[in-house]
Design a protein around this ligand. Structure first.
Ligand SMILES: NC(=O)c1ccc[n+]([C@@H]2O[C@H](COP(=O)([O-])OP(=O)(O)OC[C@H]3O[C@@H](n4cnc5c(N)ncnc54)[C@H](OP(=O)(O)O)[C@@H]3O)[C@@H](O)[C@H]2O)c1
Length: 315
């Protein structure tokens, strides 16, 4: 991926897209195409067609999607399936028609069967029933993977698909209801400490286990794959280390300085019992993560606190 090439990062204001932009800029890439949703709604086929015909990007990072935690997936399944199918169909088709050299599509560890053997190897895709709470999202993402593979087969494109584990970091969604578990824990503990609460209630049993990767490290992996991976088969990106939600809550409690008690609301769903990715394929290519989870959460919490102060100043 030479520096002169034009690179379109779809979803550049989101968690993943913004990290990819930061990393590309740090590496000296200057020919980046960035469009907000107001400037280019990727659900709109005509706008996407006109955009690609005009810009003709050489490389595409497809980091635009409808994304959310368990409750968002439960509350808005139709939006999750419709928007993800439309965005990816529009971008993949126009990338193909306009001669994009290479595209990176992002799936997720959610697309694997709910009870897949652990750690989850890439070959377990489509080997069993999905987790019901995020089925609509998973089906859309699986369709995206198959679309990339079908285009490569029929049209000779180079569309690769990475399956990131749960990501977190700067520019995440810290909404209390609809965000992913880690940003929602950071926000809940932050608010509990600020309001001197004696206790905090968290969702689920705390027994489910999850794997987390800092988004800056994912951006590093995404650019690494764009440079070195040219296979239609999906590739996992993670740390190969997981933690129970209970232990994660204790870690976030320590980092945020909350001193109260943690209660668990077991009427709320846990999601899949475990989602640990087998990352031997990306390790064999020479990519490894570096940051510990504690380092990553500390950085994210610092960023979150600063952004809260900026919001206050603006208001
Ligand atoms: N976060 C994770 O833990 C995680 C884990 C595995 C995989 N992934 C994958 O990584 C990708 C990015 O996720 P993320 O966490 O970065 O999500 P995010 O923070 O919600 O960002 C998504 C971005 O997509 C944009 N977008 C959505 N619909 C659009 C549309 N119709 N037109 C134009 N832009 C649109 C959003 O724009 P607005 O800002 O205007 O809404 C936003 O900038 C997704 O494919 C997701 O499946 C994420």
């Amino acid at each position: 991926m030479e520096k002169k090439y034009k690179i379109y990062i779809a979803g550049h204001r989101g968690l993943v897209g913004s990290a990819i932009v930061r990393k590309l800029q740090n590496e000296g890439y200057r020919n980046l195409v960035l469009k907000t949703r107001t400037e280019l709604d990727l659900l709109d086929q005509k706008s996407v067609t006109d955009f690609f015909a005009q810009e003709k990007p050489d490389y595409v990072f497809l980091a635009a999607a409808k994304v959310g935690g368990i409750m968002a997936n439960k509350d808005f399944p139709a939006e999750f399936i419709y928007e993800n199918l439309m965005v990816q169909a529009n971008v993949l088709e126009q990338s193909r028609k306009n001669g994009v050299k290479k595209l990176l599509f992002l799936g997720s560890s959610c697309i694997y069967p709910r009870l897949a053997p652990q750690p989850i190897k890439e070959k377990y895709l489509l080997s069993g029933p999905l987790e019901p709470t995020n089925q609509a999202y998973a089906i859309a993402k699986i369709a995206g993977v198959i679309t990339c593979q079908s285009y490569n087969k029929e049209f000779g494109t180079n569309f690769i698909s990475a399956m990131p584990t749960s990501l977190y970091g700067q520019n995440d969604n810290f909404d209390l209801e609809h965000s992913h578990v880690l940003p929602s824990l950071i926000r809940k503990f932050y608010e509990a400490k600020k309001h001197n609460q004696n206790e905090i209630t968290l969702w689920g049993s705390g027994k489910a286990k999850r794997e987390f990767l800092h988004v800056d490290e994912f951006a590093d992996a995404a650019i690494f794959l764009m440079k070195h991976y040219n296979d239609s088969e999906i590739i996992n990106v993670g740390t190969n280390e997981d933690i129970s939600i209970k232990a994660l809550a204790e870690l976030v409690k320590k980092i945020t300085g909350f001193k109260g008690k943690i209660l668990w609301d077991k009427t709320k769903p846990d999601g899949s019992p475990r989602k640990l990715l087998d990352v031997s394929k990306i390790h064999a290519l020479g990519w490894h993560h570096k940051k510990t989870l504690e380092e990553g959460i500390r950085e994210t919490f610092d960023w979150f606190q600063k952004s809260q102060k900026e919001i206050k100043v603006k208001n």
